[in-house]
Each structure stands twice: as C-alpha cells, then as structure tokens.
Design a protein around this ligand. Structure first.
Ligand code: HAM
Length: 420
C-alpha cells in the first residue's frame, strides 16, 4: 500500500514552485531595498510562547495548534505564526541592548489545524516582516507601502487595503465595555461561537461572518471614537501618510484580527480572487507584546503575507517561463564526457542548462529538448569529437552552426545574453 501526504499538507513542486520562487525573490528584493535583514527561526517552540502572545481565547490557540508533550520540555507546539518567535528571538538575544531598532523578515511554513479548503491549508507559508523599536506612524505607512508595491510587482492589482486602530491599554477597555454592554443584550441572537466570545473576547464578535452577528455589530459605535489622544493622533498621521503616497485604503471599523497582541494600527490586504479566503496579508502594531513576554517595553509592528494564497492567484493570472537556455545532447559514451564538461562550464556561468546521461537517438533527444522548452541545443557525437567542435542549434529559428570546443562557454553565453 502506498503512503500519501496528510489532509491539509501538500507538496509544493514544479511547475507551481517556480511561481513560489519568483514571488519570494520579489519580496526579498523589496525587503533588502528597505534595509530589512533575514532570519530563519525554529518551527517548534514552547507552547507557552504562543498562548501568552496570541492569547488563550483565540481560535488559533484554542482549536488550531499542533501541540504535543515533550519528555523534558513540557508542552511544545508547531508554530501557528512567526511573530511570537521573532519577538522571542529579539528578547532572548537582547537585541534591544545593541540596537533597539531592528527590521527583520522571515519566510517559512506555519501550522494551523483549520478545516482545509481552497486557499486554506494546515501547513501554509508566510512571508513575514517585523520591525522593532519604531513608534512612528511612518513605519505603519511604510509597511502598507511595501505590501502594495509587492502585490503590484507580483501582478495582483485587484486588492483592498483595510485599516483600523484598536487603541491601547488606556482606551481599549472603554470600548470593550461599551461593546460588551451592547452585545450582551443581544446574546440570544448571536451565533454559537459569538455567544462564547461575548464574555471571553468580545472584540472578535466584530468580524464574525455570520449574517445575524453582522447585523448586530453594524450598530456598535466605532472603536475610532474611543481612541485616546495619543492613539488618535497616531492613527490620523498614519492615514495622512497613506494619502500623501496615494495609497488607497478603506477604514473598516469592524476590522479586528485573530490574534490578541495588537495595539493601535491593524490592517489587512484582501482580494476577491480566492472566494472565502479573501485575506492575502495581515498585520499591525503590537507595542505591548515585547514587555508582556519579559523584554523591555519596545514598540513593534509587522505583517505576514499568505504565500499559498498569493501563488494560487498568480498561477491563474500568468504562467512562469520555465524554458531552459541550453539542452546538451551527447550521443555516445565519449561525447557524454565532453557534454558533462560543458554542462559544468555553462552552469557555472548562471546559464540554465541540462543534460541527460543516457543512450538515446538524436530524435528522442530532440523530442526531450522540445518538452523542456529548450531555447538552444548543443549536439556532440563521434564526428564533433573528432573535429573538436560542437553544434549549437537555435530551437526557435532552427539555425545551427559549429563552435570550437574551447569557445563553447564564451559563445553560448554571448548568444544568450544578447537574447535576454
Ligand atoms: P494572520 O492574519 O493570522 O496574521 O495570517 C497572515 C496571512 O497568512 C493571512 O492573511 C493569510 O493570507 C495567511 N494564512 C493564514 N492562515 C492560513 C491558512 N490556514 N492557509 C493559508 N494561508 C493562511 C499573522 O499570522 C500575524 N503573525 C501577522 C503579523 C505579523 N502581525 C504582525 N506581524
């Protein structure tokens, strides 16, 4: 019996993976331009890191974490997101001592035991950016700028940038109380999940998708009207900055996030391309989290892009060029030795090259070259070996000519560079 992968877990393989690579490259280019540095983090952490940061009463912690006991370390979990780990790293390595301002990015798999569906997986990938030590709303606006630039560059134009502010420990309790008083009277009309949320996490009722809940919360006053002076000014400056940069946004008073650590600015990038799973990136400020996890009080903000969702949209929008530059055809044992030599030479020059080390007819090799979408083939057989020359054939124009062995790397590179 064969063994297959488990539900919600999948292989990312060619041809899809070429889109993934291109998307990651685009993100990395942007991060580098804006002075972000990369980090790789473990995918397993102490469970407590997530319960304390994401919040006990969240869907992620209550229902979706892959948690297991460890003989010596108590309870461990597969990370459901990266922010908590980046914060753990910042505190553990005392980065605030060398320079409290850190701009970091990390790309990798996250794990949530959600019900799999289009755009929703149990192992999914995020592109994360986290910034520590900057309180200024310039940074909030910069992250939105980067996200908008990123989606434009990867070809996803049809996006909505939704923003809101959740205030801080000074002003949010007042809003929470008003919200609680309002929805507790409507408890009977709320959905099953929200009935529980009323006591434990009333903010989450605001973004429930259930029609009855939506009707009820539409009458709840806006959290923005409850912001303290500091949060209000921060939010206004953030918005003005977006306006200055001509970035379109939608203020959504019911936007809240599925993680409890947020303060002030929150945002989500949404698209209609993927049906129900419309969020392709989300993030916000978490100015209290570092202190909450035992570090020095440090403002922070970040976002995560859902790589699976982005790539799924792009794969329906465009096809990636998988063509290789040169396919080497070596027709016999002796030619293969020379062919292998050219393979190494061309590969070392960043030319996309391939060779099959097998005995086949020229016709079958040419068939393979077509299948690989090769732009050129190099052909070496008995005669070429004697002449110390190789045939270079352009698969598009069908033109071909011979090149001396010791000029192959140089001439092929020239031809390919000219075309590029
Ligand atoms: P999040 O909204 O939970 O935020 O996730 C960010 C993005 O990850 C979502 O917008 C979505 O595109 C993608 N995503 C989430 N769950 C799944 C899933 N099951 N399958 C496929 N894609 C998914 C965070 O994780 C925060 N840590 C973001 C952040 C960073 N906030 C501050 N810094």
């Amino acid at each position: 019996m064969t063994i297959n992968s488990i539900r919600g877990f999948r292989d990312i393989a060619p041809p899809d993976i070429f889109i993934w690579e291109a998307v990651e490259e685009e993100a990395i280019k942007l991060f580098k331009s804006f002075s972000f540095k990369p980090i790789y983090l473990p995918i397993i952490e102490n469970t407590e890191l997530f319960t304390r940061s994401i919040g006990d009463v969240t869907d992620i912690v209550e229902k979706e974490m892959y948690t297991f006991p460890d003989v010596r370390k108590g309870s461990l979990s597969l990370r459901p997101e990266a922010t908590a780990s980046v914060v753990r790293y910042y505190i553990q390595k005392k980065l605030f001592a060398s320079d409290p301002i850190q701009k970091l990015y990390t790309i990798g798999p996250m794990f949530r035991r959600e019900r799999p569906q289009k755009g929703r997986f149990r192992q999914f990938y995020q592109i994360n950016a986290e910034v520590f030590g900057i309180e200024s709303p310039y940074m909030d606006a910069l992250l939105i700028f980067i996200l908008n630039k990123f989606f434009k560059r990867v070809g996803i134009e049809n996006i909505k940038t939704k923003i809101n502010s959740l205030g801080c420990a000074n002003c949010r309790p007042k809003f929470n109380k008003t919200l609680f008083d309002y929805i507790k009277n409507q408890r009977d009309n709320l959905c099953g999940d929200c009935k529980k949320r009323v006591e434990q996490n009333p903010l989450r009722v605001l973004d429930c998708k259930n029609e009855d809940c939506r009707k009820i919360v539409s009458k709840v006053p806006s959290i923005i009207d409850f912001l303290c002076e500091e949060c209000k000014i921060h939010y206004e400056e953030f918005k003005n900055n977006l306006i200055d940069q001509n970035i379109e946004f939608i203020e959504d008073k019911n936007l809240v996030r599925g993680l409890d650590y947020y303060t002030k600015t929150i945002f989500e990038i949404q698209t209609e391309e993927l049906g129900a799973q419309n969020s392709i990136a989300g993030g916000g400020r978490y100015d209290a989290l570092i202190e909450m996890l035992g570090g020095k009080k440090t403002p922070a903000i970040g976002f995560a892009i859902g790589l699976d969702r982005v790539c799924e949209i792009i794969s329906t929008l465009k096809k990636v060029d998988e063509a290789i530059d040169v396919y080497i055809i070596a027709l016999d044992r002796e030619s293969r030795k020379k062919g292998y030599d050219f393979f190494l030479q061309l590969g070392s020059k960043n030319i996309k090259v391939d060779i099959d080390f097998e005995e086949k007819s020229l016709k079958s090799f040419m068939k393979k070259a077509n299948k690989l979408n090769a732009k050129n083939v190099l052909i070496i057989g008995e005669e070429e070996l004697k002449e110390k020359k190789v045939i270079l054939r352009d698969m598009n124009s069908k033109e071909q000519f011979k090149i001396d062995f010791d000029e192959v790397a140089y001439k092929v590179e020239q031809k390919i560079c000219k075309k590029k």
